[in-house]
Design a protein around this ligand. Structure first.
Ligand code: GLN
Length: 481
């Protein structure tokens, strides 16, 4: 039923559909697809009420907002006033947001309809959505496979046609990897492009809200709406003139791009051979379209996963120290002996295993004697990676690499092997370590029937080139298929 936002708006204005129809359709779909466990909560009644109010407003002849009636799901780490937000954790059970995340406020200001909150890994820590207190989300294409993580529910909500677009968060790949596993588009903008105000923090110097959709223009439109300066986030970097990919002044169809690839990535032992071969097909198509492909060495590749996990665990150990069960959140029913015992019991009961592991790891790498060996070393590697992007973007417009080394894996397959799970992030964490924007584009289907695509990265704040090149890649893949 839903094609894209532009045609939905066209149909609304012609009176061929209504916001009420759209919400009713998605609520029915959500109901039929409950086994996917994509939603933590569905705001059925209020979404219908809002749809009816928007219909009246439009029919009365008022101008419509940019996201008028667009049905959006949000990850359970994004605050929506008066609604529960739990980061899929027991420690935040029943916690209700007392304000809107700025991104949510911007969506509402443009008349979007928030339909529900989506399942995810606890505190966005994970690559499979298996670390949720609500249980795993299933990949809609094959229910024995993970949808990826940590924003697995938001990805499946779009994949399975349960909403039009959705928001996730991407600290190390949590939007792009599930998009890749589910065969949809996932965008992580430049660090600081979208306000983090009201996004539950995991690792603050990495976290970024991201967008899932099935069409580049839909993703670009949502970015236009939520990617704006916000006084509540002092780390913003959003001074954007925007980005209308479909506007004639920005259409650069004939522009020839210079695209970087990393030798070590394309030959990495973890990379599925079929994925490597398909990316090479894309590179060859680009070459025959007159674009230039430039190979770079990337000898830091082996260090990026450890660097990412040292730094994010360190930041998480600090960010998560606020959950003590005193003012809000889970509080133990057991007898306590003193304040310390109270904290310990609240946190031991409230956090899941993966979160506890990272808090301990983070405290370890920050502790005296280990700080220099781990935390500081990792910061130095981060700087080298940032220097690498500066070097590349001096001469190139973009980087292409796989999003994930494999297609969606089986539920349970990597749960017992944390190193294997962490290594699944090898190609996504680079964008977060360096702050550059990156997008996962669904292009291919593997012989195992699961989707995969390519990951495209551009320079800081260059979402325009990112989206334009995405358009080129998606339309040339449509021509092939
Ligand atoms: N899989 C990564 C992690 O567990 C990424 C998570 C994310 O981007 N939120 O840290």
């Amino acid at each position: 039923m839903f094609k894209d936002i532009a045609s939905y708006h066209h149909d609304l204005l012609k009176g061929q559909t209504s916001c009420d129809d759209a919400v009713t359709y998605f609520l029915n779909r959500i109901n039929q697809q409950q086994h996917l466990n994509a939603f933590v909560e569905v705001y059925s009644e209020e979404a219908l009420l809002r749809a009816k109010a928007l219909d009246q407003k439009r029919i009365a002849g008022n101008q419509i907002g940019k996201l008028h009636g667009v049905v959006i799901a949000i990850k359970d780490v994004i605050c929506y006033e008066g609604h529960k937000v739990t980061a899929a954790s027991l420690i935040l059970k029943d916690f209700e947001s007392i304000y809107n995340a700025s991104a949510v406020q911007f969506l509402l200001d443009e008349e979007a309809i928030i339909i529900g909150s989506c399942n995810c890994d606890e505190f966005a820590m994970g690559s499979s959505n298996e670390n949720s207190v609500y249980g795993p989300t299933l990949n809609a294409l094959d229910n024995t496979k993970v949808p990826g993580g940590s924003s697995g529910g938001s990805a499946v909500a779009v994949q399975a046609d349960l909403c039009m677009v959705s928001l996730g968060s991407d600290t190390g790949g949590s939007v792009r990897q599930p998009a890749d596993f589910c065969g949809i588009i996932g965008l992580k903008p430049t660090y600081g492009k979208i306000s983090r105000h009201g996004l539950i923090a995991y690792a603050s110097s990495f976290d970024q809200i991201g967008i899932f959709g099935k069409h580049i223009n839909d993703v670009a439109l949502v970015l236009e709406v939520i990617g704006k300066q916000d006084e509540f986030d002092s780390t913003m970097n959003a001074d954007s003139t925007f980005i209308k990919v479909d506007q004639p002044e920005n259409s650069e169809e004939n522009k020839k791009y210079k695209i970087a690839v990393f030798n070590e990535v394309m030959h990495h032992q973890s990379l599925d051979k079929e994925i490597a071969a398909s990316i090479n097909i894309t590179l060859n198509q680009l070459k025959s379209g007159g674009h230039e492909i430039v190979s770079f060495d990337f000898d830091l590749l082996e260090y990026i996963v450890p660097t990412y996990y040292v730094l994010t665990a360190a930041e998480a150990s600090s960010n998560l120290s606020r959950y003590d069960g005193i003012r809000y959140g889970h509080r133990t029913h057991k007898e306590v002996t003193d304040l310390n015992d109270f904290y310990t019991k609240n946190r031991t009961e409230g956090f899941g295993k993966e979160v506890k592991k990272r808090i301990m790891l983070g405290n370890f790498v920050l502790s005296s004697g280990y700080y220099d060996a781990y935390y500081q070393k990792a910061q130095q590697v981060r700087k080298l990676l940032q220097d690498k992007t500066i070097e590349i973007f001096k001469t190139c417009d973009a980087i292409i690499m796989p999003t994930s080394p494999t297609t969606a894996f089986n539920i349970g397959e990597k749960k017992k092997d944390p190193i294997a799970m962490y290594l699944a992030d090898i190609f996504t964490v680079f964008a977060n370590l360096t702050g550059i924007p990156s997008i996962a584009l669904p292009i291919y289907k593997h012989s195992n029937e699961m989707p995969f695509g390519i990951q495209l990265l551009t320079n800081q704040k260059d979402e325009l080139a990112l989206l334009q090149l995405s358009n080129i890649l998606i339309s040339s893949s449509n021509k092939v298929s």
